[in-house]
Design a protein around this ligand. Structure first.
Ligand SMILES: *Cc1c(COP(=O)(O)O)cnc(C)c1O
Length: 398
């Protein structure tokens, strides 16, 4: 799954070009940088690759979500509907702009259940934020229809699904805006970084300004920039962008390896009649960074996990139900309102409700789910061995 597994010459070359000039910043210093604009080049690469009009690089995927929410005008008291299964960054971003995260159930696609979204809409709802979890798209057609009907914004958290598509379009490019992450364990890495994509020019102008203190970036004198709006500093550095540029150019290479190894794992697991798989909303669009599969019961899933741990083959296999990064059950800090900064009254009210809320529909899915990550380094033989070992362990429990 992660691009860091294949860090090499191409990445070093791009970084060295930046080191040669010493211009580590993405803006200004036009003469000294000798025509090297890695951040700009990477933004163009993203636009070309994903067939989208605009891309704005920022310092992380979390910053990408935060910047997108801010420029889409989402703030104090506004409700953002998001899934119970994601990474903590999704609600961090919502809270950081003063908005209220409304958590709703996922279905067996491991993404937002459109019916649960519909049921959660109130007069305060401003935005639906699907998360394309574990490499595959959410039910975008259904979610788009809901957003249209209720005049809501659609912000895609595509941080885990770079290169995945939905009905022929790349995830992230379908909603009003989409966020990608290039952190160290994502499909393409630049150590720390992220991007927002959009087809709307005005949104892009705002993204560009907001992520750099609101500077309007007009003219050639950075010191003379005006500030039509308040902003923040979520800039990416040229060093990070240089790594990202080399990695982005390798996306097809990474996806091809993922597809091959993914097929080996999935085909082997499919020979076990009691195993079922995550629903994929567009099978051709799966980025194949992982395979998510279900045991018949929570009890059996826990036995398989224990056995994988005992036999030292748990690494690369994730049991989300007990994990505190990705599933609501163990987001105690969120449910206990353990924040350093003060929350606003609407946020406090919702999080207090959340602390006693149960999500039996999500539990019934996540408690039986195990996700196997696909490595870019496996040879065909290694992938086959992994698959067989996994199969043996599962069958010994069933
Ligand atoms: C990784 C991730 C993020 C945040 O990305 P960072 O670059 O680590 O800040 C947001 N959402 C999801 C679903 C992620 O997996």
């Amino acid at each position: 799954m992660p691009g860091f597994e294949l860090f090499g010459e191409a990445e070093r070359k791009e970084v060295n070009e930046v080191l040669e000039t010493g211009i580590l910043m993405r803006y200004g210093f036009d003469a000294a940088r000798k025509g090297r604009w890695k951040a700009k080049e990477l933004e163009q690469e993203i636009c070309n690759k994903f067939n989208v009009n605009h891309a704005q690089l920022v310092s992380s995927g979390t910053a990408a979500l935060t910047t997108a929410l801010a420029v889409l005008g989402i703030g104090a008291g506004d409700e953002v509907i998001m899934p119970t299964f994601t990474f903590v960054a999704s609600f961090e971003a919502v809270l950081s702009v003063g908005a209220v995260p409304i958590l709703v159930d996922v279905d067996d696609s491991l993404t937002l259940n459109p019916e649960a979204v519909r049921a959660a809409i109130t007069p305060a709802t401003k935005c639906v934020m699907p998360v394309h979890m574990c490499g595959a798209p959410a039910d975008l057609e259904a979610l788009q229809a809901i957003c249209k009907q209720h005049s809501l914004l659609l912000l895609e958290d595509a941080c885990q699904s770079l290169g995945a598509t939905y009905k022929g379009n790349y995830v992230g490019t379908i909603g009003d805006a989409g966020a990608y992450s290039f952190d160290f364990v994502k499909t393409v890495t630049c150590a720390e970084g992220g991007a927002i994509v959009t087809n709307d020019a005005a949104t892009h102008t705002a993204l560009d300004a907001y992520s750099d203190h609101g500077h309007d970036h007009k003219g050639n004198d950075r010191g003379a920039d005006l500030h039509p709006f308040l902003g923040y500093n979520f800039r990416i550095s040229e060093l990070h962008a240089a790594v990202g540029l080399a990695q982005m150019k390798r996306l097809e290479e990474f996806l091809a390896i993922q597809k091959k190894n993914h097929a080996i794992i999935k085909e082997t697991l499919a020979t076990i009649p009691q195993i079922s798989f995550r629903k994929i909303h567009d099978a051709d669009g799966d980025s194949c960074g992982s395979v998510s599969w279900f045991l018949p019961s929570e009890q059996k899933a826990k036995e398989v996990v224990a056995k994988l741990k005992n036999e030292n083959i748990l690494a690369g296999n994730f049991y989300w139900y007990d994990n505190n990064w990705h599933y609501i059950r163990n987001w105690h800090h969120l449910k206990n309102l353990s924040t350093y900064n003060k929350l606003n009254p609407e946020q406090i009210d919702e999080l207090e409700k959340l602390s006693s809320k149960n999500f039996p529909a999500s539990d019934a899915i996540i408690s039986r789910c195990i996700t196997t990550n696909i490595s870019l380094l496996w040879t065909e033989e290694q992938a086959k061995n992994k698959a067989e070992k996994l199969k043996e362990t599962i069958e010994s429990v069933l």
